[in-house]
Design a protein around this ligand. Structure first.
Ligand code: COA
Length: 413
């Protein structure tokens, strides 16, 4: 009964009573263990170390599927038929190019900027060129989401190559999403083995339920803002070393601090004594092996045990370090063994992905953004799910400060 003042008053009082009840509740710092909504996208079994996308186990998807198929699965909720997959992949290919103005902006950004900042800023700018910008229907949001997933590798490869004074490589229309991404970053078309490894690494990062960046994305779209704003928020959140920035830190520690196998344990002991976190370990939800870490550990092992691959790592950065560092997989294993035995803390997705990406010749500056390129599929799926049954996400903070303080004029302070 709109307009009935009494109804509004009662309604308001009821709401106030609910809020008062909440005031008595415990404060959940960091929202540890809190369910904020229901979802049909991803299930994490933190006690048994299992991960499922739309009910399919990660292991099965990594073994048998592809980036394109998993992106479709996450977005639409079911595995595609052949023709659905073909249309979806064609759309991704068609949308790889960037508007000329975005390329001009990429060229104008200051040098020595992290690629993840460049990505965050560029995704925000890309919204201005999306033909569906002001269409908020689900169909338009899906099209926007696919465009974002398609364009992120191009933004990253272009930004990196501009920053590194390398010639730009235009997207190919004949390569799969992972293959084209690898090609634009490195300038080399990967052989079948590298393409498969790279595809599997991307699948491992595609979704992880309501992690911090996905939460940011869902919060942003819950205000009925647009999808690009949601993804921009997510990228900004992913940037932090407690979330997506850890893989870059891991490889830098290996290359610049640890270097040799005999240094691993003294280095780790020192960190623990100084109460410093060791990147690539620990997780809010997993209290055992992270299943992604297990898969990436296998990939890293296979790569680092193949001298033909390791002697020819196609990344100029590796040339600078290769005589000074031991086998990265073996150093990682020593670190894992130490952390599990002494702290009972297990590796997360970032520990082994660092060594695997390095062996595949991916430039270190693109490690964290690669996480974003892959996770974009999950963010899009979560934004769509949030909007399909939206409730503004707006928690409360327990105020601990003083009240009714005397205001003193500036002259008298
Ligand atoms: N190295 C050393 N100790 C660690 C640790 C790590 N990587 N991760 C957790 N711990 C310890 C903490 O010091 C804390 O010990 P305390 O209880 O004696 O103080 C305990 O384990 C709980 O850690 P906490 O940071 O409160 O857990 P969290 O759930 O808030 O944090 C992470 C989860 C991921 C943020 C945390 O494990 C971390 O910072 N890891 C390193 C960064 C990283 O790899 N991030 C990628 C995540 S996929």
């Amino acid at each position: 009964m709109k307009g009935d003042r009494r109804f509004i008053k009662d309604d308001y009082e009821e709401e106030e009573i609910k809020l008062c009840e909440l005031d008595q509740a415990k404060t959940y710092k960091g929202l540890v263990g809190i369910y904020v909504d229901e979802s049909y996208i991803t299930y994490i079994d933190g006690l048994n170390g299992k991960l499922y996308y739309r009910g399919y186990s990660l292991e099965d998807l990594v073994r048998d599927s592809s980036f394109e198929e998993v992106a479709y699965l996450l977005i639409y909720g079911n595995l595609p038929t052949k023709s659905e997959l073909s249309d979806f992949s064609d759309f991704l290919i068609k949308e790889r190019e960037l508007p000329d103005n975005i390329l001009t902006i990429l060229k104008s950004y200051p040098r020595n900027t992290t690629r993840i900042e460049l990505l965050r800023t560029s995704i925000s700018a890309l919204s201005l060129y999306d033909p569906d910008d002001y269409d908020f229907s689900e169909e338009a949001n899906i099209r926007k989401g696919i465009r974002i997933i398609a364009k992120i590798p191009t933004v990253l490869a272009y930004s990196h190559r501009i920053q590194s004074n390398l010639p730009l490589i235009e997207p190919s229309e004949n390569l799969s999403h992972p293959c084209n991404y690898y090609y634009m970053m490195t300038g080399k078309i990967p052989n079948n083995e590298f393409e498969q490894y790279f595809d599997k690494i991307l699948i491992c990062h595609m979704d992880h339920s309501i992690n911090s960046s996905t939460f940011s994305c869902r919060i942003t779209v819950s205000t009925l803002s647009d999808l690009y704003s949601g993804i921009t928020s997510a990228i900004g959140t992913l940037r932090g070393p407690l979330h997506g920035g850890a893989n870059e830190r891991v490889i830098n520690l290996m290359l610049n601090e640890i270097k040799r196998k005999e240094n691993v344990i003294p280095w780790a002991q020192n960190k623990i004594e100084n109460k410093e976190k060791i990147m690539g370990f620990g997780h809010r939800v997993y209290k055992t092996w992270d299943p992604r870490a297990k898969i990436l550990r296998e990939i890293s092992k296979e790569l680092w045990e193949d001298p033909d691959i390791i002697e020819k790592i196609p990344d100029p950065e590796h040339e600078k370090h290769k005589w000074q560092i031991d086998n990265i997989y073996e150093m990682t294993e020593i670190l894992t063994d130490f952390m599990i035995k002494t702290k009972k803390i297990f590796p997360n997705v970032d520990l082994y992905s660092a060594g695997a990406l390095h062996a595949l010749g991916i430039p270190t500056a693109l490690f964290t953004p690669l996480f974003a390129a892959s996770r974009s599929a999950g963010w899009v799926a979560h934004a769509l799910e949030q909007l399909s049954d939206n409730k503004l996400i707006r928690p409360r903070l327990r105020y601990k400060g003083d009240l009714d303080k005397n205001y003193i004029g500036i002259e008298e302070r």
